[in-house]
Design a protein around this ligand. Structure first.
Ligand SMILES: Cc1ncc(COP(=O)(O)O)c(C=O)c1O
Length: 421
């Protein structure tokens, strides 16, 4: 059996990804996914057809300008944003978060408050802590529930006061996979008069994203987690960007998302973003739109992502069930969260996480080990100074054989005498 979801043809998807043909098991998409042929070709195509910059009289320049517009439209379609002009590009989610932290902090006054969480990646914590420190703003940290590996809504909303200016929260933990109730949190933030800054980096590749439904004032996503290039986007609630003051060069247009972008955009990467979104709109890797497919890309994305996430979810259940049945393997809390990605993080009795990852590498399996910069969660679980844990994360191109190979290799490792590990 290769595909665990009847309408999702995983072999057709896999055929599009050149890197997957090396025979290894790729279970580290949470750190960076592979890219399909169309993305590679789109990026190379920009270089092949010639480069310049926007604003010149010749044809290449006009084409690059159109590419920027097309890339904003693609990200807007991916996350369900009504207006592409609310999409800001940056080199990484981390860079964008620093950009918005310094921008939003201009409005903060000493004694104001912000809320961050223990479930978040450092990229949605450190920039806010540092900006708060400079502005004399009080930081409140919402604790994760150590037993369930989840972030209870009340843990965040209970910290909001009339002085709360910002709530920074992840839509999915890259360490534990659990997904907080974002609409409940952003709704409470809005009622408290605070902005919500939602880290969608681990969420976006594993969900049918609807930013309006999430209620995020700013939603952040990195294309290299959803089969695209190393480029990130911040998607703003309509109207938000216009009201923000931001540093940029004299002469940069006074309106639109370009105000928030620094220097020349990476045109080849933007072409890769368009190709990745078009790929995500395809029905299960078959290419093209297929007969009967909805005419607009957003509708096709919603249908295709629903099938892909169902495939991942079914595979994730098999992964977790298999891990639980191996003597000596202990899953971190979060594996049974009601809302979660197909990301399983675990320890192996008697082996350091780095040792387990090295043994899996020898068996031809790529996994992550450590804390994945989810430092507060690792600290809360007592793992920050002990090497973290091992993480196996599934993407739409993973299949049942990948899970089986991981489980077999782990069974052998967990059962081996110390000298053979
Ligand atoms: C949940 C989460 N947030 C933020 C980041 C940082 O993203 P970037 O590498 O685009 O700065 C990562 C990276 O792995 C992540 O997993």
């Amino acid at each position: 059996m290769t595909s665990v979801h009847p309408v999702f043809d995983v072999e057709a998807v896999r055929a599009r990804y050149p890197a997957l043909s090396d025979g290894r098991v790729w279970l580290d998409g949470a750190a960076g996914s592979q890219v399909p042929d169309v993305v590679i070709d789109a990026i190379a195509g920009v270089y092949r057809r010639g480069l310049g910059n926007q604003g010149a009289a010749f044809a290449v320049s006009a084409r690059l300008g159109e590419l920027v517009v097309a890339a904003r439209a693609a990200v807007a379609d991916l996350v369900g944003a009504p207006d592409p002009a609310d999409v800001v590009f940056g080199p990484s989610m981390t860079a964008l978060t620093y950009r918005f932290a310094s921008t939003l902090a201009r409005r903060w006054r000493p004694g104001d408050e912000i809320v961050v969480t223990e479930l978040d990646h450092e990229a949605n914590v450190s920039p806010w802590l540092q900006a708060a420190h400079r502005a004399g703003v009080v930081v409140r940290t919402a604790p994760l529930d150590r037993l369930s590996g989840t972030l209870p809504t009340q843990a965040v909303t209970g910290l909001m006061t009339a002085r709360t200016r910002l709530v920074a929260v992840t839509a999915a933990s890259n360490l534990l996979g659990s997904m907080p109730d974002i609409p409940a949190i952003t709704g409470a933030a809005r009622r408290a008069g605070a902005l919500s800054f939602v880290d969608g980096v681990h969420h976006c590749p594993h969900a049918v994203v609807d930013v309006a439904g999430l209620g995020a004032d700013l939603y952040l996503t990195s294309a290299y987690k959803w089969y695209g290039p190393h480029l990130a986007a911040a998607v703003a609630r309509p109207g938000l960007l216009d009201g923000l003051e931001v540093d940029n060069l004299a002469g940069v247009p006074g309106d639109g998302p370009v105000r928030f972008e620094l220097g020349t955009n990476p045109f080849p990467a933007l072409a890769g973003v368009v190709a990745a979104v078009d790929h995500l709109a395809e029905p299960a890797g078959r290419g093209g739109t297929g007969p009967g497919a909805p005419p607009d890309r957003r509708a096709r994305i919603v249908a295709a992502r629903a099938a892909a996430t169902a495939h991942e979810r079914a595979l994730g259940v098999a992964l977790v069930d298999g891990l639980r049945s191996i003597d000596g393997v202990e899953l971190l809390p979060g594996w049974d969260a009601a809302r979660r990605t197909a990301t399983a993080t675990f320890l192996v009795r008697g082996s350091a996480p780095a040792q387990v990852a090295a043994a899996l590498d020898r068996a031809g399996i790529n996994v992550w080990h450590g804390n994945g910069y989810a430092r507060s969660a690792a600290r809360a679980l007592g793992l920050l100074d002990t090497g973290g844990a091992v993480r196996a994360s599934l993407n739409h191109y993973n299949r049942a054989e990948d899970v089986d190979r991981l489980l077999r290799a782990l069974t052998a490792h967990a059962g081996a005498p110390d000298r053979d590990r």
